[in-house]
Design a protein around this ligand. Structure first.
Ligand SMILES: Nc1nc2c(ncn2[C@@H]2O[C@H](COP(=O)(O)OP(=O)(O)OP(=O)(O)O)[C@@H](O)[C@H]2O)c(=O)[nH]1
Ligand SMILES: [Mg+2]
Ligand SMILES: [Zn+2]
Length: 283
């Protein structure tokens, strides 16, 4: 074997990383400097390994992109998984979409558990359907899975609230048996998946399973720019002011569209919430 090898970090537990290389998967630590803080190596990183005398990660190659939540790098697609249970947090969805556009990642919405209800699917199709690809699936019945998987390309990362069924979907897609959890467990604040990991699906796609989360603050652009990441706002027309934030400015095309319900009222209120605007009265 050569003394240097390139590879990709596919898993990391307690300072020990699994790196996929031409020679197979090598499990090894990272050189001191690289693990100074926990975020220094992310799952998805392309790295150099050196054998001296045992394998060590000695370099992290520049990243195409990286997210803080979920903590991954070099991804092409982020699939936000939603379900009727637990109740979707649409502020979280809107923030994930903004973080995607801000980091050059393609967002996709996947509505799981459609065997229970299709109400979530109907809402997201109405509000997001014009600018985001939406898939309807059930990990339990297998409905929609084939079409969903066939569409996936590159490094695809699942994210979303705990218990929406990210690992369950991974299990049906890969025919694996990773641990999944009950909703009751999540209500007690416990995540089932505690480590991020990458799984190869076929020659054109690998899937990343991540830990559920309920808050997202990092990876978003400056507040003033947030409205630029709303394709549904951009298409309704131009406001009087070029730098309009669509809050209280006169002759705002966005607020006019909200009034006519051409923009979903709740989506607009979430936008104000993300901007941190309070005490807003709809006039
Ligand atoms: N009815 C129904 N239940 C599902 C479906 N998919 C997953 N579940 C259930 O939802 C619960 C949570 O599933 P997980 O796959 O562990 O959820 P997760 O998103 O990976 O959760 P974390 O790892 O905590 O982030 C389990 O009890 C699953 O059996 C589905 O399509 N239909
Ligand atoms: Mg999981
Ligand atoms: Zn405006």
């Amino acid at each position: 074997m050569a003394n240097n090898l390139d590879g990709r970090v596919i898993k990391g537990v307690g300072g020990s990383f699994s790196v996929e290389t031409q020679e197979g998967v090598i499990v090894c630590p990272a050189r001191g400097l690289l693990k100074r803080d926990d975020d220094c190596i992310l799952i998805g990183d392309y790295v150099e390994l050196t054998k001296d005398p045992t394998w060590l990660i000695t370099k992290v190659y520049p990243r195409k992109n990286e997210l803080v939540r979920p903590p991954v790098s070099n991804i092409d697609v982020l699939v936000v998984v939603l379900a009727s249970e637990p109740k979707p947090d649409y502020v979280l969805l809107d923030k994930m979409i903004i973080a995607c556009y801000n980091n050059n990642i393609k967002p996709i919405i996947c509505v799981n558990k459609t065997d229970i209800s299709t109400a979530v699917l109907e809402y997201v199709e109405r509000v997001y359907g014009d600018f985001i690809k939406i898939y309807s699936v059930s990990a339990n019945t297998g409905d929609g899975i084939k079409e969903f998987v066939e569409s996936l390309q590159g490094t695809v990362c699942f994210c979303g609230q705990s218990a929406v069924g990210k690992t369950s979907l991974l299990n049906v897609i890969t025919e694996q048996n990773e641990e999944t959890g009950e909703l009751s467990r999540i209500m007690r604040g416990r995540n089932t998946t505690r480590h991020v990991s990458i799984h190869r699906i076929n020659s054109k796609c690998e899937l990343i399973d991540t830990c559920g989360f309920s808050k997202l603050e990092a990876g978003l652009p400056d507040k003033k720019e947030i409205c630029l990441y709303y394709p549904d706002f951009m298409k309704v027309g131009e406001c009087k002011y070029r730098m309009c934030q669509h809050v209280r400015e006169p002759e705002c095309a966005i607020r006019a569209a909200v009034k006519k319900r051409k923009i979903d009222l709740k989506r607009y209120y979430r936008y104000l919430n993300i901007l941190g605007v309070r005490n807003y009265d709809e006039d």
